[in-house]
Write a protein of this length. Sequence first.
Lengths: 54, 227
Amino acid sequence: MIDKLEHQKLINEFYPNGCILDEDVAMPKFDYTIKKSINTKNKFQYKKVFNRII
Amino acid sequence: MNLQYIKLNSNIYIQLFKAKDFGKLTKKIITDKNGHQKTVYVKTFDDLFKQREKGIKKYIESIRNETIEHSICLDAKGDILVHKIGEKNNIFYTQRELSKMNGAKLHIHNHPNGVGFSNSDLIFATVNNIKEIKMVTINIFNKNESLDYSLKIIHNIKTKEEIQLIKKEYNIIFNEMYKKVQNKVYNGELGQEEIERDFFHWIMRKFVNNHKGWFIYDRQIRTSKIN
């Protein structure tokens, strides 16, 4: 436990109007729509197999 | 004997304590300012707190699935210092309530949105010098998965400069992690479910790793069987 006065100073510094716990708890937004279309290596392999079938 | 009850939303009352105040005396050898060793007896309340753990566990399970935030703050004996019910994603404490929490042993609350500790939780615990802050939640994508988070403060953080530094460093890690995760989303290595559950956990794990000897951080995941 820290000294009462010291604690009050910290409260005044960080929470002058009271404390809203979890005010920043919302998930940040990620853009799930932007993705690499096809891995280039897989694309190459797919082409190879396709050619063989033909 | 002073029994304490907590009223939940649905008119359910939980009797949190049923213990007697038997503080235990523990022998300790201390060195005074003149360098002389002295034997002193210190009153500890560990046994008393243990007697109340059953009630605390019951409280934890009762708030885990709640749609709004609930919290209690306990002292070394397990007595309630502050009990507060908040809103969907936050709890408001007045300055008076904050001053009651100085040096508390345990603070428990829930996160209805299923995410881990944020910067706000970290600063709240350090400003009020709370020994351990626990947070419970469920995975919103898989409701059979329960998550228990715990952050213990083992370093005596006293000055506002130290706390400001903690806040700043957390934000730096947050921004780095955001870029890293967005990059992994782009590469198809991470999906939304994993990110929503673990994003704040990754930040806190990295932050605590950079501050060894200051904090102890832990997360437990339990999966209940599907009926």
